[in-house]
Design a protein around this ligand. Structure first.
Ligand code: FPP
Length: 237
């Protein structure tokens, strides 16, 4: 007798997982801590999960670190998230020693000059890495991204008859990358919040009540197991 039951080793990994790192504020509130403590814990989880994804051989991971709407938060909180980003960027071993190729997606223009320089340095420094492709979305908004793609198409003088879906995909920040096939949102919210709205047209979604700072590799493993039980038909039968 043999069994068709899949074991862990036989599971199919999505090619591209995208995560909305949500729930830092509530995690801190539950512990009577300032929101900044939630973001510090969230940044730790992010590093841990990125390393884990690299270890299991995932090809692409995209995380939502700061949206175009997040500027509306108190100045202190915005500064706090930017400082965590600075710390992460300065710690180049996060990608170099780990063989992780890092890319920042979003409108980076309004970011502080030192952050932009660090981003360039880390992207250049990790460009030959062959492990995980890690996209970090900063000042990212899906509608903003599509609006910019349309502006580029007009500026390039591309005629109406030449425009295909690929024309648009090629002008998004994720140009040349496979679309995310699996989107994970912890913290009990069931929204996409302007995240990868073009790219996730056929993605599978996975939600959980776990707050992002509590999110562990075991939760990711459960999500991947569930992904393996989904029947992806892409509009076919
Ligand atoms: C959402 O939780 C989280 C954010 C807006 C920031 C995410 C930032 C990090 C995980 C740390 C910094 C990232 C890097 C790349 C070093 P929330 O604050 O909206 O939580 P809430 O909904 O419970 O208030």
């Amino acid at each position: 007798m043999f069994s068709f039951k899949k074991n862990k080793r036989e599971r199919i990994l999505p090619k591209h997982i995208a995560i909305i790192m949500d729930g830092n504020g509530r995690w801190a509130k539950k512990r009577s801590l300032p929101r900044s403590a939630g973001h510090i814990a969230g940044a730790k989880t992010f590093k841990n999960i990125a390393r884990y994804c690299n270890k299991i051989g995932l090809e692409y991971l995209t995380v939502y670190a700061f949206s175009t709407e997040n500027w509306k938060r108190p100045k202190e909180e915005v500064e706090n998230i930017m400082n965590l980003l600075r710390d992460y960027l300065k710690d180049a071993e996060n990608f170099k020693d780990e063989n992780i190729k890092v890319k920042f997606i979003g409108n980076l223009e309004p970011l502080a000059e030192d952050i932009k320089e660090l981003i360039k340095k880390d992207e250049d420094g990790s460009k030959d890495a062959t492990g995980l492709n890690l996209n970090i979305a900063i000042n990212y908004g899906g509608r903003d991204e599509i609006t910019n793609a349309v502006k580029k198409i007009v500026a390039e003088g591309i005629s109406q008859s030449e425009i295909t879906e690929q024309t648009i995909s090629d002008r998004l920040y994720t140009k040349g990358q496979p679309d995310p096939d699996f989107i994970i949102r912890p913290s009990g919210e069931y929204r996409l919040s302007n995240y990868l709205i073009w790219q996730s047209a056929y993605a599978e979604y996975w939600f959980s009540d776990v707050l992002w700072p509590d999110f562990k590799p075991k939760h990711l493993e459960k999500a991947i197991d569930d992904y393996n039980n989904r029947n992806r038909r892409f509009g076919g039968v």
